[in-house]
Write a protein that binds this ligand. Structure first.
Ligand code: PLP
Length: 464
C-alpha cells in the first residue's frame, strides 16, 4: 500500500511514514495510490457489527503490514473506549427519509475525536516500535486542540503542545485543554489571534534545527490517518440503512474538507453513495466554487458555526487531484495561483466532474438558528450550529432522490451553548460524564506572541 503526493514531486511512502510525516515534502497531501475495494458481501456483513469491528475491517486494507491484525484491533478498542455511547456513532431519524449521524459522543464532544483518538493510539504504537519520541505541536481555534490533548494525554512516547489564542476560545473548549493533568500535555495560551498561533506553529516547522531537536510532528486535518479513521462511520451508517443493496446520501457540514473527503473514499471503496452534499455557512467558498467554477478568496466572516469559518479548505486539494486525473503538476499550478492571486478558475470539464462527485449548499445565520429551533420543537433533537447548517442544506436536497439522506452531526450542542440558547431559549447541559468540567483545576502556560518564548518553553518541558 503506497501513498503519493497530490503535487507529484515527493517520494511515495507507506502508511506509517505517511502518518508520521503529515504534509508531503513538496507541499502536497498524501493520497492512496489506489483505493482498496470492498466487495458487496463484505459491506453487507458490516450491518450489526460493533463499531470497533467494522473499523478494523474498513481501515486495515489501507495500512499494508504496518500493524498486525490483533494489535490493530487492540488499538482501535482503546481509541473508542472513552466514548459515551455504546454505538459510538448512533443514527437517529429526523423525518421521512432523513437521518442524523451523531458523531459527538467522544471525549471532547465533536467528530474530531473519531480520528484523533485513533491517531493517538497509532502514533504511540509506531513510535514505541521505532524506539523514538515525537513532539506534537498544533494551533487551534478550539475543537482540534482539545481533541488532540484528549487523545495524547498520558501516552509514553509523545509530548503534545497546543497553542490557542487567549480569551478567544469558548470556556468549554478552554477547560477541555487545560484540565487534563498528565505531564505530557501542555496548553499554551498565546496573547494573540488564531492566525498568530498558526504562524508560530509554521515558524517552528520551518526552523530545521528546532524541528529535528524535538522531533516535531503534526496531527492537523490534512494527516491521511485522520481522513482514514473518518471513513468508517460512512460504512456503519450506510450498512444499517441497507447498503450495499440500497444506495444512501450524505450531507456534511464542511470546513477543511477532511470529513466529506472521507465520504468520497468510502464511495471509491465501493459503498453506494448516490450523493455527497457539501454544507457551508456564509463562508461559502466551496459552494461558490461548485456553482461558479471559480475558487476565489473573499475574506472570512465570523459565524455561530466557527469550526467552518475557513477559506483555505486544505483537503479540497485531494478532491482536485481526483478530478484532474491525478495530475500533480496541474494541482501544484492551482495551489500556486491560490497563493499568488487569491484564487483559480476550473475548466468547464473539470468543474463538471467536481459536480458529478459533490453537490453543495449554504446556510445563512438566521436559517441556522431557525433550524435549531424547528428541529428541537419537531423532534426533540438539539442540534449544534454546525449540524444545523448541515440539516438545512440536506433538506434542500431531500426531494431529489428516494435514497435516504444522512446528515452528519459534527458537535454536541453543549459545546456551543450560546447559539443554542439563542435559538431555543434553553441552555444545553453537558453530558453527565463531564458535568464537573467547570470545577476541575486548570493548568495553562501564558505566553506572548514570540517564537523564542514558545520554543524555550517547549525545549524546557521536553528535557524536564
Ligand atoms: C472541524 C469541524 C467541522 C468541519 O470539518 P472538516 O473536516 O474540516 O470539513 C465541522 N463541524 C465541527 C463541529 C468541526 O469541529
Amino acid at each position: 500500500m503506497r501513498y503519493v503526493s497530490t503535487r507529484g514531486q515527493a517520494p511515495p511512502l507507506g502508511f506509517a511514514d505517511t502518518m508520521l510525516t503529515g504534509l508531503a515534502r513538496d507541499g502536497g497531501l498524501y493520497v492512496p495510490e489506489t483505493v482498496p475495494q470492498m466487495p458487496k458481501a463484505e459491506i453487507a456483513a458490516l450491518a450489526g457489527l460493533p463499531y470497533e469491528e467494522a473499523a478494523l475491517r474498513v481501515i486495515r486494507p489501507f495500512m499494508g503490514d504496518a500493524f498486525a491484525e490483533d494489535h490493530l484491533a487492540e488499538l482501535i478498542a482503546r481509541a473508542y473506549a472513552g466514548f459515551g455511547h455504546p454505538a459510538r456513532a448512533p443514527l437517529v431519524q429526523l423525518g421521512p427519509n432523513h437521518f442524523l449521524l451523531e458523531l459527538f459522543h467522544g471525549p471532547t464532544l465533536a467528530f474530531k475525536d473519531f480520528a484523533m483518538q485513533l491517531i493517538g493510539q497509532l502514533f504511540q504504537a509506531e513510535l514505541a516500535r521505532r524506539g523514538t519520541r515525537a513532539t506534537i505541536v498544533g494551533a487551534t481555534s478550539g475543537d482540534t486542540g482539545s481533541a488532540a490533548i484528549e487523545a495524547f494525554r498520558g501516552l509514553d512516547n509523545v509530548d503534545v503542545f497546543i497553542l490557542f489564542p487567549e480569551g478567544r476560545v469558548s470556556e468549554v473548549q478552554r477547560r477541555q485543554m487545560t484540565t487534563p493533568d498528565e505531564a505530557n500535555v501542555h496548553a499554551l495560551a498565546v496573547e494573540g489571534t488564531f492566525d498568530d498561533c498558526q504562524a508560530l506553529v509554521k515558524a517552528m516547522f520551518a526552523d530545521a534545527a528546532f524541528r529535528d531537536r524535538v522531533s516535531l510532528a503534526a496531527v492537523n486535518s490534512i494527516n491521511w490517518a485522520r481522513v482514514l479513521a473518518q471513513v468508517v462511520y460512512y460504512f456503519t451508517a450506510a450498512a444499517s440503512l441497507g447498503a450495499p443493496h440500497r444506495a444512501v446520501r450524505f450531507t456534511v457540514p464542511t470546513g477543511n474538507f477532511g470529513d466529506i473527503y472521507a465520504g468520497h473514499i468510502a464511495r471509491a471503496m465501493g459503498l453506494p453513495v448516490e450523493q455527497l452534499v457539501i454544507a457551508t455557512n456564509r463562508n461559502d467558498i466551496l459552494h461558490r466554487c461548485l456553482t461558479t467554477d471559480s475558487y476565489r478568496m473573499a475574506g472570512v466572516a465570523p459565524t455561530i458555526s466557527p469550526s467552518m469559518d475557513i477559506e483555505i479548505s486544505s483537503n479540497f486539494e485531494r478532491a482536485l487531484f481526483d478530478v484532474l486525473d491525478q495530475d500533480g503538476r496541474a494541482v501544484a499550478q492551482l495551489m500556486e495561483a491560490l497563493k499568488r492571486e487569491g484564487g483559480f478558475t476550473l475548466s468547464q470539464g473539470v468543474a463538471d466532474r467536481l459536480r458529478d462527485f459533490y453537490a453543495s449548499g449554504r446556510t445563512a445565520e438566521e436559517e441556522t438558528l431557525a433550524t435549531i429551533a424547528r428541529i428541537a420543537r419537531s423532534t426533540g433533537e438539539v442540534l449544534c450550529p454546525h449540524s444545523a447548517v448541515g440539516v438545512h442544506v440536506a433538506e434542500a436536497h431531500l426531494a431529489e432522490s428516494a435514497a435516504p439522506m444522512i446528515t452528519l452531526a459534527t458537535a454536541h450542542p453543549a459545546k456551543f451553548p450560546d447559539a443554542v440558547e439563542r435559538a431555543t431559549g434553553h441552555r444545553p447541559a453537558l453530558p453527565e460524564r463531564m458535568a464537573d468540567l467547570h470545577n476541575r483545576a486548570e493548568r495553562v502556560t501564558r505566553l506572548t506572541n514570540s517564537l523564542t518564548d514558545v520554543q524555550s518553553v517547549i525545549d524546557g518541558r521536553i528535557s524536564a
